[in-house]
Design a binder for this molecule. Structure first.
Ligand code: HEM
Length: 257
């Protein structure tokens, strides 16, 4: 028998995964579950593409890196615009089923923390919020090369004056390292293909920051200043994560041009 659409895509299994807990069902609970599931699928794809990006950079394959970066940026645009859909849910509709979440929260999204690690964040302090298996996966992810590290290794391989210390520090790229700036400024002035990769990295960084901003506005309009189900102060906690770049050096060098 030939392959069918539903078999290839496991459609029955997929459609069996949305299980609202309210009875009688609150209309918006299905949307709430489904949109989070869609986000998790996109996070999976971002990690898949991000791993490929690290490999392309490590292999100094700029065209492949650019292709993957463009795709990742397009996914982030989708992640940001999907907020519009959940923002059609009123505070009243959410309140009708919020207690069913108990302490469940996006705070516990292992894949989101993996994306943060890939984008150069250190292992989060609150890793114990995750299930033991997720903690192991996240620790393993944090050991792997971050995107910015792979980028800096690519520059070293091309002959730029990059030390091992710079590569090591680039693993956690949220804090700028001024020692790296002469090499980065040089590529912007002299190597348009590496500079193109750097600009795509800035696009990606902006994509994650845009998502954080839109998520906070969604939180504010849905629960106001209430604490989160995950145990944080809610919007005020989330605001502390704003305007923190992933590839801090690429922002820091801009004053030199
Ligand atoms: C009405 C919709 C939403 C509300 C009210 C909401 C609320 C919150 C709150 C209050 C937090 C802070 C942690 C806590 O104490 O719970 C949080 C964190 C988080 N949420 Fe949402 N959220 C919503 C939708 C979403 C969606 C659709 C996603 C997509 C996956 C998401 C992903 C996350 C992530 C990844 C965090 C951790 C952010 C960080 O620590 O930087 N949230 N959310």
């Amino acid at each position: 028998m030939t392959m069918r659409y539903a078999d290839y895509l496991q459609v029955d299994a997929l459609l069996a995964l949305q299980r609202p807990l309210t009875a009688p069902a609150e209309h918006d609970e299905l949307l709430f579950i489904q949109i989070h599931q869609v986000y998790e699928l996109w996070f999976k794809q971002v990690l898949h593409e991000g791993d490929a990006l690290v490999a392309h950079l490590h292999a100094q394959h700029v065209p492949n890196a650019m292709h993957t970066l463009k795709r990742m940026r397009a996914i982030f645009k989708t992640l940001v615009s999907q907020v519009d859909i959940l923002e059609t849910m009123t505070p009243l509709s959410f309140a009708a089923f919020r207690t069913r979440l108990e302490h469940a929260s996006g705070f516990q999204s292992r894949q989101f923390r993996e994306v943060e690690c890939l984008f150069g964040a250190p292992l989060p302090h609150k890793i114990d919020m995750l299930a033991p298996r997720d903690q192991d996966i996240l620790r393993e992810r944090a050991e792997r090369m971050s995107i910015f590290s792979a980028f800096i290794i690519m520059l070293k391989k091309s002959g730029l004056p990059i030390t091992d210390d710079m590569i090591q520090k680039a693993q956690h790229s949220g804090t700028p390292n001024p020692d790296l700036h002469p090499a980065l400024i040089a590529i912007y002035r002299e190597n348009s293909s590496f500079a193109g990769v750097a600009e795509q990295l800035v696009d990606l960084d902006e994509g994650l920051q845009e998502w954080r901003y839109r998520h906070i506005k969604m939180v504010e309009r849905t629960i106001g200043t209430k604490p989160g189900t995950g145990g944080s102060d809610g919007a005020s906690y989330l605001k502390q994560t704003l305007f923190k770049p992933c590839f801090a050096d690429l922002w820091a060098i801009r004053i030199h041009f």
